[in-house]
Design a protein around this ligand. Sequence first.
Ligand code: PMT
Length: 422
Amino acid sequence: MSRLNIVVGITGGIAAYKAVGVVRALVLAGHDVHVVPTEGALRFVGRPTLEAISRNPVHTDLYEGVAEVRHVAIGQAADLIVIAPATANSIAKLAAGLADDLLGNTVLASEAPIVIAPAMHTEMWLNQATAANVATLRERGVTIVGPAVGQLTGADSGPGRMEEPDVIVAAALARAAAAAGLPRDDLSGRRVVVTAGGTREPLDPVRFLGNRSSGKQGVAIAEAARARGAQVTLIAANLEVAAPGGCDIRSVSTARELQAAVTEAAAGADLVVMAAAVADYRPAEVSESKIKKQPGDDGLTLELVRNPDILAGLGHAPHEGTLLVGFAAETEPDDERLLALGAAKLEAKGADLLVVNRVGWAEGFARDDNRVVILGRDGVRARADGSKMSVAHGILDVAVQHLREQAAPDPGVAREQPAPSG
Ligand code: PMT
């Protein structure tokens, strides 16, 4: 991506110290970064730090630089505005369109895409006023990154932590690229295998044990990978949506058919994404003829046997050169426990990345939208929500970053350990 003029707004919360990491990552990525802190932000992090890291002067005063009409000039010149952390107060001001400081003026005077990373205590995040303000910003097209769930400044924990700087930077740059209509060909020359849909395990010639997967999420991933230049093999299990053009489609029905197809296709692939919902059990016997009710019976007992765990089979075999992305479909309502289940599944399956989504009667399956957390071995790599296509791109953004890291590991960049933030 060419050099962008990026405004980083920093508002007054303890997570302001992590904003320094956001500024640094954007500068190192080659962008021209202008930091606009609020007065509150400067109580947490000093102006000299922000000037040194951004390599630009830092202004806060509305009444300085009047001759150059600074209160609108910074926003007019921006290609992207990132506000991290965004406190409950600053979110309310953004939603109301207030311009009582330089950051407020900058935002109102700008047509650039806006990405915000909320950070606050859980009660404030869950407060109806904050929820309404966030919904207003979302409706206006503002991208909301996080907040993450975890320990906050005090002893409390829950949703409210500011996302990690690399997650914010990845989301912000993806938003800028999308806004500029830039084609992403970052999977060009890569071979990608995607599984989609739900397996069906026959009981007899007319019945099966299945699940509610439509194939929408997997198909979106295949389409997104093809649009980004990959050569895509789609292992399609009983899709309820049209298969995408331009992909090599291998139709399967049962878990064992899916296993055979994916094992063959995965050999030599750069990326394998296992989005299909696979049956863990199948009937021990398949009747050759339709199973009939028997006179006088009041039920039918089926014996089931375990299906192979396909992802674990691939994950625990040597797969150097192939990035393995699994999914976790969980009904767990609690966010923290949901992530813990995902982390355990990542480990158990030997996957490199795991996409955790909550499923239920009205979540995940068959819908057009999804909400996921993408876990790596070192913790949360990104979150994505919205249409299944935008979630697909969010997953591929992380996969591309991972493939790049594998190709050229950067010994100087260690992932930050989770640190308390408000
Ligand atoms: O198709 P949609 O209607 O769009 O719905 C999308 C989805 C909810 C199906 C999708 O987002 C999703 O969550 N897919 C994974 C469903 C699943 O089987 O999750 P799981 O937690 O049971 O399995 C974990 C992982 O192991 C998955 O990558 C699965 O493909 C794989 N697996 C599971 C069982 C098995 N025997 N072998 C496997 O490889």
